[in-house]
Design a protein around this ligand. Structure first.
Ligand SMILES: Nc1ncnc2c1ncn2[C@@H]1O[C@H](COP(=O)(O)OP(=O)(O)O)[C@@H](O)[C@H]1O
Ligand SMILES: [Mg+2]
Length: 325
């Protein structure tokens, strides 16, 4: 088994981006701090996306204060399944995915655990007091539509909803990974919850090998099925949604999280202004190798007085970052 250090050493030769480089040369350089609130608050991102006609999971309700908690019964009245999450949470913390009602007073999570209404109220109270928000600031709780994953993921994920993370530099998609929930990750697709990250060929939407808890893997630990070689449906739509987030929020270096809903197709879950670096292990390729190509291209465009359209940006990425199989 290769150690983490060996993995990162091997990647260094492939143009890996380290944390200091990411912070100084990408986040600080391309992300205007004034625009952070827009992506750090999932309610604001959702509103912005809806205005732009971009599809997101439907909002059922917002709980902002202790007083609002009493309304939860009414908000949930017409829904058997739903998701509760902190508006300013990250890394999958504080998210509860309810799959069904069990009886008058109880609900069932995706993993089959029963939750009572008072427990949900307690969870809402934890969220609004800031248990999961950056810096422990007061927060709001979002109650929204539960995404039902497309059946294509059935053989390679364990409960919950896989998501697709795409890193976008100045509107150019540079790297993507599919994140698959495992038994350990409790229905969530965040790597630090124990989900698997699987690289994706940007030109075709075909999955590559993966990483789990910083180890390289080729099969899902719970289902034992191969994670590579799967062609993701609607891939061009995913690329288009991710690339258009540049115009949507104005941030130059972002990680866009998307999901594929059984009925509604590709949806945007959230946008991250400080996307993680593990995507490089999943793709066995360094980010810098790609971001530097985009930057060289942008410099050329600038001196020629040109500006790529969304379609041209996607084409550039797909031509330059295709994986030869
Ligand atoms: N509406 C939803 N329906 C089903 N699963 C969801 C929903 N929202 C989030 N999840 C699960 O939780 C994970 C994290 O959600 P996300 O909105 O990206 O928040 P975070 O900022 O904590 O990463 C997703 O990748 C997905 O697996
Ligand atoms: Mg996320």
């Amino acid at each position: 088994m290769t150690s983490l250090i060996q993995t990162w050493k091997a990647l260094r030769e492939k143009g890996i981006m380290g944390i200091n480089q990411r912070n100084a040369d990408y986040i600080l350089k391309y992300n205007n701090r004034r625009l952070y609130p827009l992506v750090d608050d999932k309610i604001l991102t959702k509103q912005k996306a809806i205005e732009a006609g971009i599809h997101v999971p439907e909002l059922y309700g917002i709980v902002r204060t202790e007083h609002d908690i009493a309304q939860i019964g009414t908000i949930l009245n017409n829904h058997r399944d739903f998701v509760i999450k902190p508006a300013q949470g990250s890394g999958g913390d504080g998210i509860t995915v309810i799959a069904d009602r069990y009886d008058e007073q109880r609900f069932k999570t995706v993993s089959g655990r029963l939750i009572t209404l008072p427990e949900i109220e307690y969870q809402l109270s934890n969220i609004i007091t800031g248990l999961y928000s950056l810096g422990g600031m007061r927060d709001s709780a979002i109650i929204e539509y539960r995404v039902k994953p497309d059946p294509i993921f059935k053989s390679i994920s364990f409960e919950g909803v896989p998501d697709i993370r795409i890193i976008v530099l100045m509107g150019y998609p540079v790297m993507a990974m599919l994140r698959l929930p495992t038994r350990q990750s409790n229905g969530k697709a965040n790597l630090h919850q124990g989900a698997i990250g699987v690289g994706i060929d940007l030109s075709t939407g075909r999955t590559l090998n993966g990483t789990w808890l910083n180890e390289k893997i080729d099969r899902h630990p719970d289902t034992d099925n191969h994670v590579s070689g799967i062609i993701l449906p609607d891939w061009q739509k995913f690329m288009h949604l991710a690339a258009s987030c540049y115009e949507l929020v104005g941030l130059g270096y972002i990680g866009v999280d998307l999901v594929l809903d059984q009925e509604k197709g590709p949806l945007i879950l959230e946008i991250n202004a400080r996307p993680g670096l593990n995507i490089q292990i999943a793709n066995d390729t360094g980010l810098y190798q790609r971001t530097s190509k985009v930057e060289a291209h942008l410099a050329k465009q600038k001196s020629a007085g040109l500006k790529d359209s969304i379609e041209q940006r996607i084409l550039f990425s797909q031509q330059n970052f295709a994986i030869k199989s």
